[in-house]
Design a protein around this ligand. Structure first.
Ligand SMILES: [Mg+2]
Length: 254
């Protein structure tokens, strides 16, 4: 079949964490939160005596919002979580003086340590180069991430932004995979129509990529990663196409 586009998931499809573990993830977020708290202290927004309480509350609310996002398929961006939690500590008058840019800066700091850990897979750049050479295949990235700039910054940092016709995140769109709407939105951003979805491949390492891709009418390929996260949803689909190395995707489009 004549393939018109490929949509890649980001985490553990294009990029990965070296020596990944749940502990490493939490450590990144905790270090990032400390940086955000330092800014709040230095800006005299939070006083010393409520820092500990704020930190605990933020960590708790971040987990709650994540659970809610998985359940409802609505994304709650990190900047929104900061605004919400600060709202429970500060008066309306102070909250209304803080700008959207300031909340985005807090989110930047929160995700800054995570940004240092993500690196592209060995075959990511070569594979994107080869797809680009085909000329008639559009390329998109679609990530369930609560901070759009993390994905954009990382693609820029590794000189990969130039390959993509669309960079879509749940943080910016508002809904998450497997909601078919975010896949259709990505097609549109890539310059493709919903009617062309059966000529587009979604590649990802998770249930949300494969089930969402199928619901949206796309072809799907599972990138089988080595590391298994706890509580992962099983993908029970017969004859599911799988790859172990990103460059294998080329066999499906040439
Ligand atoms: Mg992933």
């Amino acid at each position: 079949m004549n393939i018109k586009g490929i949509i890649f998931d980001f985490g553990f499809t294009l990029f990965h964490f070296d020596n990944v573990s749940i502990e490493k993830y939490f450590d990144c977020y905790n270090r990032g939160l400390q940086k955000a708290v330092t800014l709040l202290k230095e800006s005299k927004i939070l006083k010393e005596d409520i820092i500990k309480e704020f930190t605990t509350k933020f960590q708790k609310e971040r987990i709650e919002f994540f659970r809610k996002s998985v359940k409802t398929k609505n994304e709650f961006p990190t900047s929104y979580v900061f605004k919400h939690v600060l709202g429970t500590f500060l008066g309306e008058e102070i909250i209304s003086k803080l700008t959207d840019e300031f909340y985005l800066e807090l989110a930047n700091l929160y995700h800054s340590c995570e940004e240092e850990e993500w690196i592209p897979y060995k075959h990511t750049k070569d594979t994107l180069n080869k797809i680009l050479e085909l000329k008639n295949v559009k390329i998109g990235v679609l990530s369930n991430h609560p901070h759009h700039f993390t994905i954009r910054n990382l693609l820029k940092k590794y000189d990969l932004l130039k390959y993509f016709d669309a960079v879509v995140t749940s943080a910016k769109f508002g809904n998450r995979k497997p909601n078919p709407e975010i896949f259709h939105y990505t097609l549109k951003k890539m310059g493709l129509e919903n009617e062309q979805s059966s000529s587009v491949i979604m590649v990802g390492d998770e249930y949300a990529d494969i089930i969402g891709g199928q619901r949206a009418g796309l072809q799907t390929i599972l990138f089988e990663r080595q590391y298994k996260f706890p509580y992962e949803k099983e993908i029970d689909i017969p004859n599911l196409r799988k790859i172990n190395n990103l460059s294998e995707i080329l066999d499906f489009i040439q």
